[in-house]
Write a protein that binds this ligand. Sequence first.
Ligand SMILES: *[C@@H]1O[C@H](CO)[C@@H](O)[C@H](O)[C@H]1NC(C)=O
Ligand SMILES: *[C@@H]1O[C@H](CO)[C@@H](O)[C@H](O)[C@H]1NC(C)=O
Ligand SMILES: *[C@@H]1O[C@H](CO)[C@@H](O)[C@H](O)[C@H]1NC(C)=O
Ligand SMILES: *[C@@H]1O[C@H](CO)[C@@H](O)[C@H](O)[C@H]1NC(C)=O
Ligand SMILES: *[C@@H]1O[C@H](CO)[C@@H](O)[C@H](O)[C@H]1NC(C)=O
Ligand SMILES: *[C@@H]1O[C@H](CO)[C@@H](O)[C@H](O)[C@H]1NC(C)=O
Ligand SMILES: *[C@@H]1O[C@H](CO)[C@@H](O)[C@H](O)[C@H]1NC(C)=O
Ligand SMILES: *[C@@H]1O[C@H](CO)[C@@H](O)[C@H](O)[C@H]1NC(C)=O
Length: 444
Amino acid sequence: MVRFVTPLLALSALSATALAATTTTCSTSSQCPEDKPCCSQYGECGTGAYCLGGCDPQSSFSIGSCAPMPVCENKSYKWDNLDNTVLNTKYLGNASAADWTYSGFPKTEDGNLLMTMPKNSVGTLFANNHYIWYGKISGKIKSSRGKGVVTAFILLSDVKDEIDYEWVGADLTAVQTNYYWQGVLDWHNSGNASVNDQDTFDNWHTYEIDWQPDQTQWIVDGEVKRTLKKSDTWNSTANRFQYPQTPSRLQMSLWPAGQASNAKGTIDWAGGEIDWNSQDIKEKGYYYATIGQVDVTCYDPPSEAVKSGSNAYIYTSNAAMEANIAITNNSTVLGSLGATGLDMTLGANSSSSASSTASDSVPTNHGGAGGMAINSTTSTGTGTGSSSGSGTSSGSSSSATGTGFSQGTDTTTTKGNGAPAQGERVLRGSLFAVLVAVVVLVTL
Ligand SMILES: *[C@@H]1O[C@H](CO)[C@@H](O)[C@H](O)[C@H]1NC(C)=O
Ligand SMILES: *[C@@H]1O[C@H](CO)[C@@H](O)[C@H](O)[C@H]1NC(C)=O
Ligand SMILES: *[C@@H]1O[C@H](CO)[C@@H](O)[C@H](O)[C@H]1NC(C)=O
Ligand SMILES: *[C@@H]1O[C@H](CO)[C@@H](O)[C@H](O)[C@H]1NC(C)=O
Ligand SMILES: *[C@@H]1O[C@H](CO)[C@@H](O)[C@H](O)[C@H]1NC(C)=O
Ligand SMILES: *[C@@H]1O[C@H](CO)[C@@H](O)[C@H](O)[C@H]1NC(C)=O
Ligand SMILES: *[C@@H]1O[C@H](CO)[C@@H](O)[C@H](O)[C@H]1NC(C)=O
Ligand SMILES: *[C@@H]1O[C@H](CO)[C@@H](O)[C@H](O)[C@H]1NC(C)=O
């Protein structure tokens, strides 16, 4: 089984060299220690923010190390301002107080959200703080454009179940669709959906993922483009459905797959190396994807679901299948950045604790003052394009992730199960989108 953690581990090993030597890495075969029990999606152990969205229960100290997950909420999101968003250095798990956690360079313009990517940056990521356990997500979206530039609209669970839309800026006539179960790579999982008037950058289209317990559909402008049946994902060797089935968060991102330091496969998949002197960079100062209204409709949980409350999803077993999720009254809010799922209220009464940013309680800023530098050479400097895109965001200073992109090269290590070349390329690119998204979020 090839897992996300393989590249994640490699990635975090890399970045660890750029960080304090105290970084502890984690995977399903090497769980976190008790004092830093939470394995972030980045594959590093810590407390506080490490235990929130993206915390992987299978790689953490124990099943209860990660904080419980806020339940699904029916909601429409509009973008007159960024009032319902928060930097993850500020988020302690109260999804009622902030719907989205972000990093990078968001702006609002004409009631839309612009996710921007200034020159030599790693772009922007938005993650919704409410988990969805089956539901329909819908986004009115104009993709980015340009070779090497990728926009993503995905559902991602903490054990790396994933359902994707990805727009590769070199081809504005189609959107790529993909899914994963627990991060296992399978080159059969991806597909392309043509988009009617053949320009995903210039024109609004509505992209939906209709995720149900027995099937998933990708729907563009009301037309079903692809259907994945759960029954078609049966693995008779393992006796299980390898179908996305765990509570997932909606993530939207813009990222530079075609950055020169990435793996060749990733760059090829993305249509080539990014041109940092393109029309968009010259005229606007950044690449951008435009997000209009986003709607989330929650479906009822599976009928057999264990239900003792209505506030949070929790994992009840490391198998992390549909039957191993319960809906409870557990709180989702940490008392401080020193707290974990094992001691949720730690530090709650200490006035200073929430602002503490020890490197193992909020994954640290790798790149200085908002630089989001592409490589570690530049990451400690003032960064490039650090302020041009921060726009109306409430806190533009701490979103850098210097090592984000040297990581592309490591996705090549995930291929080793005989995938055909083309499939590898597609998967690598696709997988990498998530890695990057995750890395950007977690290290912000
Ligand atoms: C949920 O709450 C119960 C009762 O307070 C507690 O025993 C349990 O450890 C909590 N579970 C998690 C995952 O936080
Ligand atoms: C979460 O935030 C909401 C809205 O700001 C607030 O009313 C509520 O008390 C908070 N809950 C916790 C547990 O902090
Ligand atoms: C999707 O389209 C792109 C660009 O046309 C192509 O490179 C890729 O192989 C296609 N993927 C699939 C799964 O057909
Ligand atoms: C099915 O499960 C077996 C046993 O875990 C695993 O080796 C194999 O790779 C799985 N097949 C797929 C397509 O994931
Ligand atoms: C969300 O709305 C759907 C359909 O309108 C409804 O069936 C469902 O119960 C609602 N769920 C929640 C959590 O409010
Ligand atoms: C969960 O909370 C609801 C509403 O507050 C309450 O009615 C219910 O009894 C609680 N369940 C448990 C198991 O405590
Ligand atoms: C915080 O302080 C209040 C009032 O002093 C007390 O009731 C509560 O138990 C304390 N909580 C924690 C987690 O220490
Ligand atoms: C990193 O950035 C520096 C300064 O811009 C540049 O000289 C170097 O070639 C870059 N390294 C990589 C691997 O892109």
